[in-house]
Design a protein around this ligand. Structure first.
Ligand SMILES: C[S@@+](CC[C@H](N)C(=O)[O-])C[C@H]1O[C@@H](n2cnc3c(N)ncnc32)[C@H](O)[C@@H]1O
Length: 201
């Protein structure tokens, strides 16, 4: 989907995603002492960026949907925190090198060669000792999980992401994780996500 299609999806008062942070983002980062600057790449309506800011991080929220970033600002204002928003296409924009103590990427799905480029550029943006966290729909999800994009060309495994980050970072976790979801009829399902948490060398 291009930026205009995402803008269209985000238009309207309701949040497309929830206001609460993604469970894996919260679980992985809850124990991490906020220590400076964080960047949320493809931040959408800012659920994870706002949660990080509430915890004391100085957060840049990057997305190519201007509508999403306005909603992220609004969510931050409602919660009494400020975000710095960056309106940029991640396939063209590179985050500044060694500028951040934490980079988060949640549910960004691009054709793999472009996704790999975004991931390769994210790693050097984090300072030595800083953290990198990716959560996304796992490549196994269409067959063994529930919901999410079905096009295998935009899905990835934790192993693929870890392989890209290994030259830059020590991998703390790289695995498929289960996210229980309830469908519109109230039936429970297990969605499969890829989770990679790494520390920059
Ligand atoms: C599924 S949403 C996830 C949003 C947020 N990370 C979350 O977990 O709530 C994917 C986001 O990626 C953004 N996005 C997709 N391609 C992008 C690109 N090339 N550059 C910047 N943002 C992009 C979309 O605008 C959208 O907000």
């Amino acid at each position: 989907m291009d930026a205009a299609s995402w803008d269209e999806r985000y238009r309207g008062g309701e949040l497309v995603w929830k206001a609460e942070p993604n469970r894996f983002v919260a679980q992985e980062l809850a124990g991490l002492e906020p220590s400076g600057r964080a960047v949320d790449l493809a931040a959408g309506e800012g659920r994870n960026a706002v949660w990080l800011a509430e915890r004391g991080w100085d957060v840049d929220a990057v997305d190519f949907s201007a509508v999403a970033l306005e909603k992220a600002q609004r969510l931050g204002a409602e919660r009494g925190v400020r975000l710095r928003t960056v309106h940029a296409d991640l396939t063209r924009w590179a985050p500044p090198e060694a500028a951040y103590d934490l980079a988060v990427i949640a549910y960004l799905h691009l054709p793999w060669p472009r996704m790999a480029e975004v991931l390769r550029r994210a790693a050097p943006a984090v300072r030595e000792g800083g953290h990198l966290l990716l959560v996304g729909h796992d490549a196994a999800n269409p067959e063994h999980g529930h919901g999410g994009p079905q096009d295998p060309g935009v899905l990835y495994s934790a192993g693929q992401v870890a392989d890209l980050w290994r030259p830059y970072a020590d991998i703390l976790r790289a695995e498929t994780v289960v996210r229980p979801v309830t469908d519109s009829e109230g039936v429970g399902h297990d969605a499969l996500d890829a989770l990679v948490h790494a520390v920059r060398r």
